[in-house]
Design a protein around this ligand. Structure first.
Ligand SMILES: [Zn+2]
Length: 235
C-alpha cells in the first residue's frame, strides 16, 4: 500500500474562503490537501486535482485546469465542507518537460492523446493511490467526487475509497481549450452531460447533487463559439 506522511499544515486564506492546507510527502511525489470545514468521514465533497503549472500559474488557455480548480474551491466553500487533494502529477502524469513536448506536437496538429502516445506514454499516466492514502489519513472513507472522469472514479475505488456520487464538474473554458475538452469527451470517456461547456463557473455552486448545476439547454451556446468555429486553431 502507498504510504504518505503528513509534513505540516497551516491555515490558507484564499479568494474563495479559508482552507487548511496540509502537505504530504509520498514515496516519490509530494502532495497537498486543501481542507474546508468539518469534513466528517462519509460522502465528503471531494475534488482530486492534478497539478497544471501552465494553466494554474501562467494562465494557459490550452486547458481548463485552473477554472476547474477554482470551481472546486467555490463549490466546497458553498457547501461548507470538503477537500481538494492536489497531486503533483503534471501533464496527466508525464511531467512538465514532456507536457511541453506534447504541446509542441499539438502545435503541429496532433490532439492531446496522439501527442502523448507519440511520446511513448499512455493517454493518461495518472495514478490515484496517493490521493486515496491522503483521504485515508484525513479519515475520509467515502466521497462525492467532483469530476467528469470515469477513470478517476475507478482509480479511487480501486485504491479503496468509496465514491458514492459523481458530481459533474465542467468549468467555463476558453475557445482555445475547446478542442482539448472535446478530445477528453470523445476519446477518454469524460462525461459531458447537461452541465456543458460555456456555462458560468460561478453559477450555483451550492451543489449537493448532480442536478444542482446550471441546466444546460440554453447555457451551452450562451457565451462561447461552437466547436466548428474554432476547429483548426484550437488543437
Ligand atoms: Zn491544465
Amino acid at each position: 500500500m502507498t504510504t504518505i506522511s503528513r509534513t505540516a499544515s497551516s491555515k490558507l486564506p484564499t479568494l474563495f474562503g479559508e482552507f487548511e492546507l496540509v502537505h504530504y510527502q509520498g514515496e516519490s511525489l509530494e502532495a497537498l490537501a486543501l481542507v474546508y470545514g468539518e469534513i466528517g468521514t462519509e460522502a465528503v465533497l471531494c475534488r482530486v486535482h492534478s497539478e497544471c503549472m501552465t494553466g494554474e500559474v501562467f494562465g494557459s488557455l490550452r486547458c481548463d485546469c485552473k477554472a476547474q480548480l477554482e470551481l472546486a474551491q467555490k463549490r466546497i466553500v458553498a457547501e461548507g465542507q470538503g477537500v481538494i487533494v492536489y497531486l503533483r502529477q503534471e501533464g496527466r502524469g508525464i511531467g512538465l518537460g514532456n507536457k511541453i513536448k506534447a504541446y509542441a506536437l499539438q502545435d503541429q496538429g496532433r490532439d492531446t492523446i496522439e501527442a502523448n502516445l507519440e511520446l511513448g506514454f499512455a493517454a493518461d499516466e495518472r495514478a490515484y493511490d496517493v490521493a486515496a492514502a491522503i483521504l485515508r489519513e484525513l479519515k475520509v472513507a467515502s466521497v462525492r467526487l467532483l469530476t467528469n472522469n470515469p477513470e478517476k472514479m475507478s482509480g479511487l475505488r480501486d485504491a479503496g475509497i468509496e465514491v458514492v456520487e459523481q458530481l459533474s464538474h465542467w468549468a467555463e473554458f476558453s475557445v482555445f481549450s475547446e478542442a482539448y475538452i472535446e478530445t477528453k469527451r470523445q476519446y477518454m470517456g469524460h462525461i459531458l452531460d447537461h452541465a456543458g461547456p460555456g456555462r458560468s463557473s460561478s453559477g450555483s455552486p451550492n451543489s449537493g447533487s448532480m442536478d444542482s448545476d446550471n441546466p444546460i439547454s440554453d447555457s451551452i451556446d450562451s457565451d462561447s463559439q461552437s466547436p466548428e468555429q474554432t476547429e483548426g486553431k484550437a488543437s
